[in-house]
Design a binder for this molecule. Structure first.
Ligand code: SAM
Length: 252
């Protein structure tokens, strides 16, 4: 005897033909999504919203430097906040912030472990209340290793060690900010082989609030265009993170 489902329940039959819930692999090209409309404001940088989606890095710093972050977000923040005095980047890598400041005609001090300065050491830090604006893009713990130097934050052997030194670094920055100064930190969460998922954005806020800083405005979710991991193929199943977060704190 043969059975046909079609005359009995056509909806059932069409359910059988419904596409599987497993989506086919995404094509190897970007997907375009519609962003929410932003209100009109008095901002001098109207395209600077909580969603930072521009894919051009700009001609700043060196794109080949591991962890290079592109300069356009820094440029937009500096154009928005208009610091009157000194800008500081204590983990400057290839000098992206310094190059942006040069273009905008702002005075900037930029350092890095590679020049010997340890930003986690309060004795290495510039005097209190020196800067109007501090930009920093620290290591996401050991996601990328930047040097062999044990003082390098990316060489912290445990999460606890990293957070202790990162907290000291945030306190150093707070002390070096002028009252009313702004402190922008670009940070991302990270999944560590041993420690599991490490919510570094949460830890950054926790440590900044504990240092006595306040959050000045919305988080800026920066879409991670050009990430090397985006081109990889993984066997394991996980939800890929495609952004990092720029947090802007203020010293009251
Ligand atoms: C994400 S990279 C910054 C990249 C930079 N924003 C750019 O666009 O080129 C982090 C930097 O922090 C530096 N670094 C790590 N630990 C440090 C420390 N204790 N003191 C100063 N710099 C440190 C590393 O050498 C690295 O260049």
């Amino acid at each position: 005897m043969t059975y046909s489902t079609v005359p009995i329940n056509p909806f059932y039959a069409s359910r059988l033909r419904r596409a599987s819930h497993v989506r086919p692999p995404e094509p190897d090209r970007p997907t375009y999504v519609r962003l929410p409309r932003a209100p009109i404001t008095g901002s001098p940088v109207p395209h600077l919203t909580s969603l930072y989606h521009f894919d051009r890095a700009g001609e700043y710093g060196d794109r080949k430097w591991p962890g290079n972050c592109g300069g356009n977000l820094i440029k937009d923040l500096l154009t928005y906040f208009k610091p009157q005095g000194l800008v500081f980047d204590p983990m400057s890598g290839s000098g992206t912030c310094r190059d942006v400041c040069q273009e905008l005609g702002l005075s900037c001090i930029a350092w890095d472990m590679h020049q010997g300065q340890d930003a986690c050491n309060p004795n290495d830090f510039p005097a209190a209340e020196t800067f109007d604006f501090i930009w920093v893009h620290p290591p996401y713990w050991r996601q990328k290793l930047y040097s062999e130097d044990p003082r390098d934050l990316s060489r912290s052997p445990t999460l606890e060690h990293f957070l202790r030194r990162y907290g000291q670094f945030i306190r150093n920055c707070k002390a070096a900010l002028k009252p009313g100064g702004k402190f922008a930190i670009l940070m991302g969460d990270y999944s560590d082989r041993e420690a599991g998922y490490v919510p570094l954005v949460y830890h950054t806020k926790r440590l900044a609030f504990a240092a006595g800083l306040t959050q000045h405005c919305t988080d800026i979710i920066r879409f991670s265009h050009g990430n090397s991991s985006s081109k990889k193929i993984y066997r394991s199943s996980f939800i890929p993170g495609l952004h990092d977060v720029c947090m802007i704190f203020e010293r009251d």
